[in-house]
Design a protein around this ligand. Structure first.
Ligand code: SF4
Ligand code: SF4
Length: 90
């Protein structure tokens, strides 16, 4: 699972940066095209939901998602790697 912020919904309130126990969100540094500074990730692979949600079959923290007033935080399936095809030419 992969943590994402939906930039079309985020209003840059930074509540997520306050509630995450692992400080996985931090204040952003650039304006997007809507003039909003969306938070950035700081080591999102440390998120218990990203790492362990599938293994345990349930949500393990989710404080950021519960707190976000705009439903901008979600987890998506990561794309599987395509099998590598190697062509050897003689
Ligand atoms: S809590 Fe939601 S709306 Fe606020 S900055 Fe975080 S993602 Fe954006
Ligand atoms: S689910 Fe919990 S640990 Fe993961 S980013 Fe959200 S608040 Fe942080």
């Amino acid at each position: 699972m992969k943590l994402i912020i939906d930039e079309s919904r985020c209003k840059g309130c930074n509540l997520c940066t306050l509630v995450c126990p692992y400080k996985i969100f931090r204040e952003g540094s650039r304006l997007n095209e809507k003039g909003i500074v969306v938070p950035e990730f700081n080591g999102p692979e440390r998120c218990t939901n990203c790492r362990l949600q599938k293994l345990y079959g349930r949500r393990l923290c989710g404080m950021c998602q519960l707190t976000c007033p705009d439903q901008a935080i979600k987890w998506v399936e990561e794309e599987r790697f395509e099998d590598m095809k190697v062509v050897i030419e003689y």
